[in-house]
Design a protein around this ligand. Structure first.
Ligand code: GDP
Ligand code: MG
Length: 781
């Protein structure tokens, strides 16, 4: 039978994994392999995707994908591996004890003063961020990996000189499935860190060790940090660390990153193995007698065959061998095998497939999980069912329940937005605005007293203070929004939202994960664009970024209020709701368009782990907020500062560079005037309207302030209700502000950013025109 035919609570053993290419590899990497037992936990409220339990953790799959997996109902459970003895408290061996690792004092350590570089690698939700923050303290640098916009954080280990630790993206495997996996793999191969710190979630150890085994193959000194040991022991489980160390051939240190237990010991071990360059003692996990030894023979034969090529290409031999067997095209091209070798290799692999009765990728994954099962069987005493798991199930009954999921989601989001935009954030924003205003007054007074040139004074007060100040006043809102969102994310809720919204989003060619940035887009496009970094596929990420400007951001609300008060006082709520809906409808339509043109093909497959709900650490949240604030401030004082000065300059000087008192003569007016023929068909040809829209490019709020200055109170004398409606639609859809464009540029580059500006204007014009035509047909004048 197929996996999608199982009902809730039913279990089956996987017999065959279909599908092809990277997706199939991803299935296998996530532990969906022949022989694994799965239990269906629940279906999403809309019936798709499905949540299932495998290797002791929860995974979501779309029904389409589940249909590619064949399974047989469970009859009898045969435990693999020996049963472990519980260990209460075993002394952990010291550095280099028992000759396993270099005894202290002997060996050849790297010369003093060599910078010890570490890569921190682990699965998502294994506590990587928490550990990284513990290790580095506040002293870290945030950037991007060269060539890609995947977050890169590094910093020295607190209190240790000549150390540098780099936080790699959370990954499940070293296969090039997501851009983050490629980044991590390239980092280890090309940048060659002195050592790897592999963080492993001990509550989910089987799945986590899958990555560990591939890291061991990289032949780089490594230490395993067994995280979340507090949860394991609290629930009556135990892990025989010393035995695990023997089996894996690397130091294993039990820690709790959240409680700061064992971290000091981890650092000692990490420094030791890096300094003495102690490579893993074991890279060979295939047993001679496992299933007749077919995989073992194949792997070793291929290792011999490609050894010289691997060395030449700078790839670890064992890693290269297992990757070519899996059919990894990247490694294959790097190796540059000749035809004879390729054919020989193919023969060996085909022979293995025949003997093993599994295809190559499945055979490799199976070999790895076999070994993991042996290790865990001998060392891990599983807690029955953890408190955290039961708690998660209780919470999920409500938050992902069939009838409660969507109302709860809407409620939570409404609460977050309400708190951000009208309680906490707004309050802080007011405070900051008052502060900036006071500062601006003080500066004005000081400059008057010092008899500073009038133009300069105006530039500082009306240009810089007004411009940068108005953008700066958004800082509290952005930080508050991020505060709530990071709590939702770290607690594990966002993963659930992606789970139950997937079906809806798939209709427009996206996957469930895109919901998060879109929601943030209703707040502000800048953090929304930044939030797309969590999306696994480049295609989805681009498409989501291009859709966020359609979500009406809060900075546009003042424009709506202004026109509603002047023209439609009796239909206020109708117009407001209509605008928000129009934005969403446009996003859906444009998404359809994109799906058929720019972004063909389906959304990234939705294979995702649902972690247990956990209370986010205060330290992580504080660190994140600080990063976001810093990011934002940097932008305010670079891009926005420059743009403000330019607009002010254009608005105050005429074409001959004389300062003008009448803004009608300014260069800005001239530029706006040039635009006016374009806007005339929309009934928005007035240069003052064009100027306001232009200034809206700086920040949407300034559309209103500019109009107030230029029109006084007489806007209703210049515009008709019909034009006002057109103006509203145009404001809703036209180019996002510079801050947003700058963040799009950071993610996608110049070309895309320019494209977004142009495209949004074209769409805005088209839709505004259409609305105008329709409204006039209905007799609106
Ligand atoms: P990442 O996704 O790998 O960066 O993981 P995070 O550092 O964001 O941690 C995921 C969740 O696990 C957060 O809610 C943390 O507070 C929690 N967490 C991290 N380390 C530990 C630990 O040692 N024990 C417990 N109980 N929770 C932890
Ligand atoms: Mg993290």
């Amino acid at each position: 039978m197929k996996l999608n035919e199982l009902g809730i609570g039913e279990s089956a053993v996987i017999t065959k994994v279909g599908g092809e290419g990277a997706l199939r590899q991803h299935f296998l990497d996530m532990g969906v392999i022949p022989g694994a037992e799965v239990t269906i936990v629940k279906f999403a409220p809309m019936g798709d995707p499905v949540e299932l339990m495998i290797h002791g953790y929860e995974l979501t799959l779309r029904l389409d994908d589940a249909a590619k997996i064949e399974a047989e109902p469970v009859t009898e459970r045969a435990p693999r591996g020996a049963a472990a003895r519980p260990v209460s408290k075993s002394a952990h061996p010291g550095l280099g004890e028992g000759g396993k690792f270099h005894p202290k004092g002997s060996g050849t350590p790297l010369p003093d003063g060599t910078t010890l570089t570490f890569a921190l690698v682990g699965n998502q939700n294994s506590g990587k961020t928490t550990l990284f923050n513990r290790l580095t303290g506040a002293n870290q640098h945030v950037g991007n990996f060269p060539g890609v916009t995947v977050d890169r954080k590094d910093g020295p280990i607190q209190g240790r000189k000549n150390t540098l630790i780099t936080d790699l993206p959370g990954i499940y495997s070293m296969s090039p499935y997501t851009s983050e996996e490629v980044v991590s793999r390239d980092f280890v191969i090309i940048e060659k860190p002195r050592a790897i710190i592999n963080i492993v979630d001990a509550t989910n150890i089987e799945r986590n060790l899958f990555l560990t085994m591939q890291l061991l193959e990289m032949d780089v000194p490594m230490v395993v940090a067994l995280n979340m040991m507090d949860e394991v022991t609290a629930n009556g489980g135990s892990i025989d660390v010393n035995a695990m160390e023997r089996l894996l051939g690397v130091p294993v240190v039990p820690i709790s990153a959240a409680k700061n237990e064992g971290v000091a010991e981890l650092i000692d071990h990490a420094l030791h193995i890096a300094r003495f360059q102690e490579r893993p003692l074991r890279q060979d996990f295939c047993g001679e007698n496992d299933h007749g030894g077919a995989v073992h023979r194949c792997l070793h034969a291929i290792a011999h065959l490609i050894q010289d090529h691997a060395v030449k290409a700078g790839l670890p031999v064992r890693f290269a061998s297992s990757k070519v067997i899996e059919g990894d095209s990247l490694v294959l091209s790097q190796l540059g095998l000749d035809q004879n070798e390729t054919e020989t290799m193919e023969h060996i692999i085909v022979q293995m497939e025949a003997e093993r009765g599994l295809d190559r990728a499945a055979a490799m994954a199976d070999m790895r999980f076999d070994f993991i099962q042996k290790v865990c069987g001998a060392t891990v005493v599983k807690p029955r069912e953890s408190r955290e798991r039961r708690r998660s199930e209780r919470i999920d009954r409500f938050l992902t329940g069939k009838y409660t999921a969507i109302p709860a989601f809407i409620g939570i989001m409404a609460l977050v937005f309400w708190l951000t935009f009208s309680v906490v954030g707004a309050w802080l924003q007011e405070l900051l605005e008052t502060g900036i205003a006071a500062l601006s007054d003080m500066a004005a007074a000081a400059m008057t007293a010092a008899e500073v040139n009038e133009a300069l004074r105006e530039l500082v007060i009306d240009g810089i203070f007004a411009g940068v100040g108005s953008v700066l006043s958004f800082l509290p809102v952005i930080v508050t929004l991020f505060f709530f969102l990071s709590i939702l994310e770290d607690s594990g809720y966002i993963a659930r939202v992606a789970f139950f919204m997937d079906k809806l989003l798939r209709k427009i060619g996206l996957s469930g994960r895109s919901i998060v940035p879109m929601l943030i887009g209703f707040g502000c496009t800048v953090p929304a664009v930044m939030a797309t970094r969590t999306l696994p596929s480049e295609r989805d990420r681009k498409m989501t970024i291009l859709l966020t400007p359609f979500m009406s951001c809060t900075a546009k609300a003042p424009i709506y209020s202004f026109f509603i008060a002047a023209f439609f006082p009796r239909h206020g709520w109708l117009v407001m709701t209509g605008l928000y809906l129009l934005g969403i409808v446009m996003a859906v339509l444009v998404a359809w368009l994109y799906r058929g043109t720019l972004f063909r093909g389906g959304a990234a497959p939705f294979v995702m782990e649902l972690p247990n709900y956990r209370l986010p650490g205060a330290r992580n949240v504080a660190q994140l907020l600080w990063e976001k604030a810093k990011d934002f401030l940097q932008k305010a004082f670079s891009v926005i500062l420059i743009a403000t000065i330019v607009v002010w300059f254009l608005g105050r000087f005429d074409g001959d560079f004389y300062m003008t008192a009448n803004s009608q003569d300014s260069m800005l007016a001239a530029v706006a005037g040039a635009l006016s023929p374009l806007m005339r068909p929309l009934g928005l040809g007035d240069w003052r309207i064009c100027t306001s829209l232009l200034s809206g490019f700086m920040a949407k709020e300034s559309v209103v302030s500019t109009m107030e200055i230029l029109f006084g109170q007489s806007v209703s004398a210049v515009l008709t209700p019909l034009s006002a409606a057109t103006m509203l639609v145009f404001s809703l859809l036209y180019t996002p502000c510079v801050a947003a464009v700058a963040s799009i540029r950071r993610e996608l580059g110049n070309l895309w950013a320019a494209g977004v500006v142009l495209w949004q204007c074209v769409v805005a014009w088209g839709v505004a025109w259409l609305v105008r035509v329709v409204l006039s047909a209905f007799g609106v004048a």
